[in-house]
Design a protein around this ligand. Structure first.
Ligand code: ZN
Length: 287
């Protein structure tokens, strides 16, 4: 028979454990009001949005399993779910890491542009995701999504055969800070985008198509008031991204460039009316 003392000890241990489980996340959770991380996934894209309310949305999954380790670094250790993963378009450098993500995280929603699911590889991964409990959404030309207190607006071109031009683009606003994510949309169609969304001002722009020649549109950067550019690109990639011409244009415009191949993952933290950008181990106060 269990003595009273032993029972009290077991109960006390149980409550201590329960209290630790509640307190630990609070202790370690330094999530500011919003955090946007451009993950270092090599030649590809993956951007994680986190809010202080615990919402987590990923835009693109990178080219391969490397996204798993990058997410583990960027997320709190107890995180086992993502509210949504948005795949901008059906090129492997944007969806290749999706199977790794689905293995490690519960994904609430998978969101695609209107043409991505017609791709066989994306379709097969999606089928596995659906049987694992994810829901699927497609965005035709526009959709607004609340990510906690932030607003993410998605947009796409009506109909196009070009895979890069099928990219869903996104504009995120958290408090006073704003971002634009251009997928791999060609410069030509970025002009259509700003005509369609003249109110999409954005301080920070994820440059399209890893900084290639055809991904940089000066008209868009001027129109949205871009001050900072992020180029998500692999070290010594075979495509020669980013192009020297793109880098020169950004320099001429006075837009400061941050590159994942040079500085690794790039963190932008928004809290108490300020924005801090962490690059290559340094914190820069940018607002
Ligand atoms: Zn790409």
């Amino acid at each position: 028979m269990m003595t009273r003392k032993r029972l009290a000890l077991i109960l006390a241990s149980f409550f201590l454990l329960a209290a630790t489980c509640v307190a630990l996340p609070l202790l370690f959770d330094k999530t500011p009001r919003a955090r946007v991380t451009f993950l270092n996934v090599g030649q590809g894209d993956a951007v994680l949005i986190q809010t202080s309310g615990g919402q987590r949305v990923l835009i693109d999954a990178g080219p391969d399993g490397s996204v798993g380790a990058e997410l583990a670094r960027a997320l709190p250790f107890w995180a086992d779910s993502l509210d949504a993963v948005i795949i901008t378009h059906a090129h492997a450098d944007h969806y290749g890491g999706l199977p790794t993500i689905l293995k490690r995280f519960k994904v609430g929603w998978l969101i695609y542009g209107q043409s991505s699911l017609t791709d066989g590889s994306v379709g097969a991964i999606n089928e596995a995701a659906v049987s694992g409990g994810s829901r699927v959404g497609t965005v035709a030309t526009s959709k607004k999504m609340n990510v906690g207190h932030c607003l993410l607006e998605l947009g796409g071109l009506p109909e196009t055969q070009d895979r890069n031009d099928q990219s869903l683009v996104g504009r995120l606003k958290c408090d006073d800070e704003s971002w634009m994510f251009l997928g791999d949309l060609s410069a030509e169609h970025q002009s259509d985008l700003i005509r369609k969304h003249p109110d999409w001002r954005s301080d920070i722009v994820k440059i399209s198509h890893h900084g290639s020649d055809d991904g940089l549109n000066e008209e868009l950067l001027k129109a949205v008031g871009a001050k900072y550019a992020v180029i998500s690109v692999g070290k010594e990639n075979k495509f020669g991204h980013p192009s020297l011409r793109s880098l020169k244009k950004l320099e001429r415009l006075g837009v400061q460039v941050f590159r994942t191949d040079i500085g690794g993952a790039i963190n932008v933290l928004v809290d108490k009316g300020k924005t801090v950008l962490n690059y290559a181990g340094k914190d820069l106060l940018i607002k």
